[in-house]
Design a protein around this ligand. Structure first.
Ligand SMILES: Nc1ncnc2c1ncn2[C@@H]1O[C@H](COP(=O)(O)OP(=O)(O)OP(=O)(O)O)[C@@H](O)[C@H]1O
Length: 345
């Protein structure tokens, strides 16, 4: 059994203007120790899913099982105990401004009745773990956004949770601080074996630290798998748009970037190749030139690291007669790499 299992989960809200389906037919299994990303645009249902995982809300249908416990069956002391095993990190940090960093980190322990000396010692250790040694007596207002999030992470770890839920944890941070915060989370996952489930609308977050990803749209999971596979061969339109967020400079606003490129290169055929780590060694282009009568121009290329490997993309213009172009595309299709051919108007 997986650490987290959702089976046929639905969540509806009854509002004055009618019933809203926030989640529908969710099937999800997350193994212990994984960094699992959930990506989707606003309103896709990500926050609702996170609230079901921490027991703040109950599913309308289906079952949510975490660490062999059916979340809907937990009450009183059991529910409190369950929630102690889950740490939460928020976009806006949710720190108490009138308390020092040490007191902020110690708060979850204070709430469950841990004695003062013990909780302050633990908080001190955690602040050191997140790189804030020596700042124990500072107040949140004296910190940068990245430092505040470090305090948030330290606080989330206070009860030694097995599961860390991150709600858009880096959305309020600049790119440099985002990278540092993600590196810290990846480090915590590795060192402590904590399972991390994060929700985000940024594909960069998924690429850099997640092992697995689920893409949500309109309350459903529309695509799910290893990050490297979903990135290199996105199937659904929404996933393609998220992947483009990263690979094109305008943030993926254009739905079909290849089509745009094709307009600029009317003589040839535009193809985009996507390689994952181990395939990057395959001599694809030399094969193409040896076996067909096409000329190849390289238009764009880039390599992006992921948590476990790397993803390369290469956009080529192929020039030749129709038969040779078809042959070239056939060859590309047999190389075990992602091949996308631009559609011409
Ligand atoms: N308490 C609620 N009452 C009524 N409708 C709700 C409630 N919470 C969420 N919804 C609706 O459920 C759907 C999913 O919302 P949810 O907040 O889970 O999406 P999201 O992907 O997290 O979006 P965002 O990133 O904007 O928070 C939306 O249509 C939303 O309006």
């Amino acid at each position: 059994m997986s650490y987290i299992e959702l089976h046929q989960v639905a969540k509806t809200y009854v509002t004055k203007s009618g019933t809203v389906t926030a989640l529908n037919s969710i099937e999800l299994a997350i193994e212990s120790g994984t960094i699992f990303g959930i990506v989707g645009y606003s309103g896709a249902g990500k926050s609702t899913l996170l609230r079901l995982l921490n027991g703040l809300e109950q599913a309308t249908e289906g079952s949510v099982v975490i660490d062999k416990q059916l979340v809907s069956s937990l009450k009183g002391k059991d529910l409190r105990e369950f929630r102690k095993g889950i740490g939460m990190i928020f976009q806006h940090f949710n720190l108490l401004w009138s308390r020092t960093l040490l007191e902020n980190v110690a708060l979850p322990l204070e709430l469950i009745g841990v004695g003062k000396a013990e909780r302050l010692e633990k908080a001190r250790e955690l602040l050191a773990l997140v790189g804030l040694e020596g700042r124990e007596e500072a107040y949140p207002s004296q910190l940068s956004g990245g430092q505040k999030q470090r305090v948030g992470i330290a606080r989330a770890l206070a009860t030694e949770p097995k599961l860390l839920l991150c709600d858009e944890a880096t959305s309020a941070l600049d790119p440099q601080t985002t990278s540092e915060t993600l590196a810290l989370l990846a480090d915590i996952n590795k060192k402590m074996g904590v399972t991390i489930v994060l929700i985000t609308h940024e594909m960069e977050v998924i690429r850099t630290i997640c092992h697995k990803v689920a893409v949500m749209e309109q309350g459903k999971i529309v695509e799910m798998g290893d990050v490297i596979n979903v990135f290199s061969r996105p199937k659904k339109e929404v996933t393609k748009r998220f992947v483009q967020q990263e690979t094109v400079p305008d943030g993926g606003q254009q739905v079909d970037i290849l089509k745009e490129l094709a307009k600029n290169y009317p003589e040839g055929k535009i193809v985009k190749l996507t390689f994952t780590g181990e395939r990057a060694q395959t001599p694809v282009i030399s094969k193409l030139i040896r076996h067909t009568d096409v000329d190849v121009n390289i238009i764009q290329g880039q390599i992006q690291p992921t948590q476990t490997s790397s993803i390369g993309t290469l956009v080529l213009e192929l020039l030749g007669n129709d038969d040779e172009l078809l042959k070239a595309i056939d060859i590309l299709n047999t190389q075990g790499i992602g091949v996308e051919v631009a559609e011409y108007e």
